[in-house]
Design a protein around this ligand. Structure first.
Ligand code: SPQ
Length: 431
C-alpha cells in the first residue's frame, strides 16, 4: 500500500488548476457511445481507474474503443450489436459501472457475470436488480441478486412505473437504459432529484427523454445516434481544491472548466452559506453540461445545517465538507445522508473515525454527522483512506492545516477519480 506525507504549505496555496474530467459523465459517454450507431469522440475524458473499468467492460462486449492521448474514440455497435463476453466482467471499484451496465445488459439476451473488488462486494445491488427483475430481466447473484457476483440475462422487457425509495442517479440510469428496449413507456420517480447527466446526454444522442418534476419517462424502442461529447471538469474533484483554498491561509485557488450542472452544485451552495470568499464566472458554452471558472480565497467560515434535497446534490462532497466544517466557527450538522453508508466505504464511520484520530470534535449520527468547528487545531498523525478515494483526498487536506504532518496510508485509491491530485496540490504549494 502506498503512503504519502502531507505538510502545511510554507505560504498559502496559489495558482490555477484545470480539474480532471467528470467521472459520471465520462462513464456515460463511453457506455452511450458503445450502444449508439456511429462513432463518438470523447474529449476531456477522465482516465481514472473507474472509467477505465468501463472501457474494459465495453470492449469485452465487442465494442472497439480507441484510447488516444487527447480523446477516446468509441466505434458504437448499436444496442443490438453487443456480443456475449467470453470472460467475467470486472468493474473494479466502480459502482457506476456495475449499476449502469446492469441496465444495458438487461436489454440483452446473452449471459453475463459481473464482479468487482471487495468494496463492490459489500455495496447494495438489489436497488438496481430489483426494478430490472420487475421489468422481466433474469438476474441472480449472492443473496438472490442483492450482492455481487451478479448473473444477468435479459431481453423481452416490460415497461414499469417505478417509485424509487432513494434519490440515486445509478438506479434511475439503470432503469432508463433498460427501458430503451422495453415494451411501452417506463417512468422512474425519485424522492429528490438526483444528478441528471443520463437524461441530458441521452437527449444529445437523440433519445426522447421526458422530465417532469422528479419523474423521468422514456418510451421503449429508441436507438442512440452517435455524437461527440466534451466532458467538463468534475465538480466532485474540484470540491477538494475549493476546500483546500478556503481552509489554508493566504490562498487564492482558481479552478477552470468546472462542471456546474445544477444537480451537482450543492457544494457551491454550502460554501456560499458558510461564508466562503468565492467568485464564480459562468462560461458561454454550447455543451449540454454548463461550466464555470471558480476562484476560492482563504475564508472565515461559519457552521450550517445541510439536509433534505441538498444532500443528493452534494453526496460525494460530504467527506470534503466534513474537513471544511472542522475549520468553521460553530456547529455543522449533516443529516438525511444515510446513503453515505453504502458508498466505497461507510463514509459516515470512516470520516468520523479518521477526523477524530486527528483531534477533530465530530460525532456520527444515524444519517450523518455533527461537527463542532475550531474547538482545537487538528494534530496531524496517521490516517487511512481504507480504499475510498474521497476519504483519502479529504484526509490529505487535513495535512494542509494540522500542527504536524498527516501520513496518509493507501493513497492509490485516489487514482479512481483524481490521479493528479497530489501533483495539483504540489503545483499550488510551489507558487
Ligand atoms: O461509482 P461509485 O463508486 O458509486 O462512485 C461514487 C463516488 O463517490 O465517486 C459514489 F461512491 O459516486 C456516485 C454518486 O454517489 C456516482 C453516481 C453516478 O455517476 O451516477 C451517482 C451517485 O451514486 P447514487 O448511488 O446516488 O446513484
Amino acid at each position: 500500500m502506498l503512503e504519502t506525507v502531507i505538510n502545511k504549505p510554507n505560504t498559502g496555496l496559489v495558482g490555477t488548476i484545470t480539474v480532471p474530467g467528470d467521472k459520471s459523465i465520462s462513464h456515460r459517454a463511453v457506455m452511450f457511445g458503445s450502444i449508439a450507431n456511429g462513432t463518438t469522440e470523447i474529449t476531456g475524458f477522465l482516465k481514472g481507474e473507474d472509467c477505465l473499468s468501463t472501457i474494459r467492460c465495453m470492449r469485452q462486449l465487442g465494442v472497439n474503443i480507441e484510447e488516444k492521448e487527447d480523446k477516446i474514440i468509441v466505434h458504437g455497435k448499436g444496442l443490438d450489436g453487443l456480443q456475449e463476453p467470453e470472460e467475467v466482467l470486472d468493474v473494479g471499484n466502480s459502482g457506476t459501472t456495475i449499476r449502469l451496465l446492469s441496465g444495458i445488459l438487461a436489454t440483452q439476451s446473452f449471459s453475463n457475470v459481473l464482479v468487482g473488488d471487495d468494496s463492490i462486494a459489500k455495496r447494495p445491488m438489489g436497488r438496481v436488480t430489483g426494478p430490472l427483475k420487475m421489468m422481466n430481466a433474469f438476474i441472480d447473484g449472492r443473496d438472490q441478486g442483492q450482492l455481487t457476483p451478479l448473473f444477468i440475462r435479459g431481453g423481452n422487457l416490460n415497461a414499469i412505473n417505478y417509485v424509487s425509495p432513494v434519490a440515486s442517479a445509478q438506479v434511475k440510469s439503470a432503469i432508463i437504459l433498460a427501458s430503451l428496449r422495453a415494451n411501452g413507456t417506463t417512468k422512474v420517480t425519485e424522492p429528490y432529484r438526483s444528478r441528471d447527466h443520463t437524461e441530458r446526454m441521452l437527449k444529445a444522442f437523440q433519445v426522447d427523454v421526458e422530465v417532469s418534476g422528479n419523474t423521468v419517462a422514456i418510451k421503449g424502442g429508441h436507438d442512440l445516434v452517435a455524437t461527440n461529447v466534451h466532458v467538463p471538469g468534475d465538480i466532485s474533484s474540484a470540491a477538494f481544491m475549493l476546500v483546500a483554498g478556503a481552509i489554508t491561509k493566504n490562498s487564492k485557488v482558481i479552478l477552470n472548466n468546472v462542471g456546474v450542472n445544477p444537480t451537482r452544485t450543492g457544494i457551491i451552495d454550502v460554501l456560499e452559506k458558510m461564508g466562503a470568499d468565492m467568485d464564480i464566472e459562468y462560461d458561454q458554452t454550447s455543451s449540454f453540461e454548463p461550466t464555470a471558472t471558480i476562484t476560492m480565497k482563504s475564508s472565515s467560515l461559519n457552521g450550517i445545517t445541510i439536509d433534505g434535497d441538498l444532500i443528493p446534490r452534494l453526496i460525494d462532497e460530504i467527506p470534503a465538507i466534513a474537513v471544511l466544517a472542522t475549520q468553521a466557527e460553530g456547529t455543522t450538522v449533516i443529516k438525511d445522508a444515510a446513503e453515505l453508508k453504502v458508498k466505497e466505504t461507510n463514509r459516515i464511520d470512516t470520516m468520523v473515525n479518521q477526523l477524530k484520530a486527528l483531534g477533530a470534535n465530530i460525532r456520527a449520527t444515524d444519517d450523518g454527522m455533527i461537527i463542532e468547528g475550531q474547538t482545537k487545531p487538528l494534530t496531524g498523525g496517521e490516517v487511512n483512506s481504507f480504499g475510498d478515494h474521497r476519504v483519502g483526498m479529504a484526509m490529505a487536506l487535513c495535512g494542509l492545516i494540522s500542527d504536524s504532518p498527516v501520513q496518509l496510508i493507501n493513497t492509490e485509491a485516489i487514482n479512481v477519480s483524481y490521479p493528479k491530485f497530489f501533483e495539483h496540490l504540489e503545483m499550488l504549494k510551489q507558487k
